[in-house]
Design a binder for this molecule. Structure first.
Ligand SMILES: Nc1ncnc2c1ncn2[C@@H]1O[C@H](COP(=O)(O)OP(=O)(O)OP(=O)(O)O)[C@@H](O)[C@H]1O
Length: 399
């Protein structure tokens, strides 16, 4: 600790105490490939100083990587937990072979964390921003989420709504999972207005009865999936942009408790490109182009402990996440090949389709419930799921 700049002599009056004071090691334990150190600050030191020294400690002990999280319990104010990962289990990519059969909607498994543990992302009650430059692997997070929710989609516990203004190239791969999808800006506005209608109706029903919507078949969690948010909020026609910004901001501020959440991908996280960035309640930071982008996406102080700008281009799907307890982790999403997405979408097709209003009627639609948007999908003969095998590893295996 002394060599990592964490030790110092104390001042005794005018003199320096000859004794060097170091932070106290409260606990040291190992699990998997992780060496976990719980360290207490010395007098005159902040937790931030311990966190900032974590990379030096990791390098001194020859750890592959590290993560820092706040200590729990009564020592939380003056101690921190540094997890040194002695072997990086994120190096080799993993390919998803099929969706889990469980109809979950609270959280979905997307891959693994750097300790080797499963990485699960909370979906219900959160708006998620997936930020990463081109080729960072936003598709793996997006499809991990959609395919992970697909058994619930099939039972109408979850309804997926898609917006993909890059000609639908991404979302059409799993089109069967979506109750409605927009591939042009006018349809995108119709999707946003339909979801605001759901919020209005639920708000009226839930007021005074419940503060968090509980999904049930037929009364589902609505998840709006936007492939490239900037295409709607920055690169569209000015009138579309203005309307989209207003509608999306309303959904982001009112939807969470009412069971309407947003998952959006973005390449460029600047405020003028994504003005409503601050309304997302959790962020997955894939590879970013600069330290400034890391600060924009994960917040002040994140660049040192969650350096998304240092993720290797040879490890797509790798991301830094900061959860609501402030814990930081590096994760890697499983890769979803096109044929697996298509097979999942065939097996777990949405059984409710939402008809978007024709473009000509859109201006009249004020979200007042005058037209019925929901129509059941015609029953179909169930198809046998395509047989798949797990293939790993793929691509390069080093960072
Ligand atoms: N989790 C992953 N594991 C291994 N390889 C991956 C993973 N995710 C993506 N890749 C590889 O990286 C390539 C780019 O991924 P992807 O298309 O998801 O990036 P993106 O961030 O969506 O880029 P863009 O914004 O340009 O669409 C994929 O074609 C695939 O080869």
């Amino acid at each position: 600790m002394q060599q990592c700049g964490l030790a110092a002599p104390f001042r005794k009056g005018r003199d320096l105490d000859p004794q060097i004071h170091v932070p106290r090691l409260l606990r040291c334990r190992t699990y998997g490939s992780v060496l976990e150190l719980t360290v207490e600050t010395r007098r005159g030191q902040t937790i931030e100083e311990l966190n900032t020294a974590a990379p030096k400690l990791a390098a001194s002990l020859r750890a592959a990587t590290y993560r820092v999280r706040p200590a729990q319990g009564r020592r939380a104010g003056y101690s921190t937990v540094i997890e040194l990962v002695m072997h990086d289990s994120l190096t080799a990519p993993v390919q998803a072979a099929a969706a889990s059969p469980l109809p979950t909607y609270d959280k979905v498994t997307l891959g693994r964390g750097q300790s080797g543990a499963t990485w699960q992302l909370v979906v219900r009650g959160r708006h998620t921003l997936i930020a990463g430059c081109s080729g960072a692997g936003k598709g793996s997070v997006l499809w991990g989420l959609c395919c992970g929710l697909s058994p619930a989609v099939r039972r109408d516990l979850v309804r997926l709504w898609g917006v993909d203004l890059k000609r639908g190239v991404e979302l059409q791969m799993g089109a069967g999972l979506f109750s409605a999808a927009a591939y042009n800006p006018r349809d995108a506005l119709a999707v946003l207005k339909s979801l605001l209608q759901v919020i209005d109706e639920r708000g009226t029903k839930m007021a005074g009865h419940s503060r968090l919507h509980q999904p049930r078949p037929g009364d589902p969690l609505h998840v709006l999936v936007i492939d490239e948010l900037a295409a709607l909020t920055a690169y569209s026609d000015i009138t579309i942009r203005r309307d989209a910004e207003r509608l999306l901001s309303e959904i982001l501020t009112q939807g969470r408790a009412l069971g309407v959440v947003v998952v959006a991908c973005v390449q460029d996280p600047r405020k003028d490109v994504v003005p409503m960035r601050g309304l997302f309640t959790q962020t997955v930071a894939l590879r970013l182009r600069s330290i400034e982008e890391t600060v924009m996406v994960l917040g002040e102080g994140a660049a040192a402990i969650a350096p998304a700008h240092r993720i290797s281009p040879r490890a797509p799907g790798t991301a830094w996440i900061v959860d609501d307890t402030g814990a930081v982790d590096r994760v890697r999403a499983d890769y979803w090949p096109d044929e697996v997405i298509a097979a999942v979408a065939t097996t777990n097709r949405a059984n409710v389709l939402v008809e978007l209003p024709a473009n000509d009627n859109l201006d009249d639609f004020a979200g007042d419930g005058e037209w019925d948007v929901v129509s059941p999908r015609r029953p179909r003969t169930p198809r046998k799921p395509r047989e798949m095998s797990l293939v790993a590893p793929i691509g390069g295996d080093d960072e």
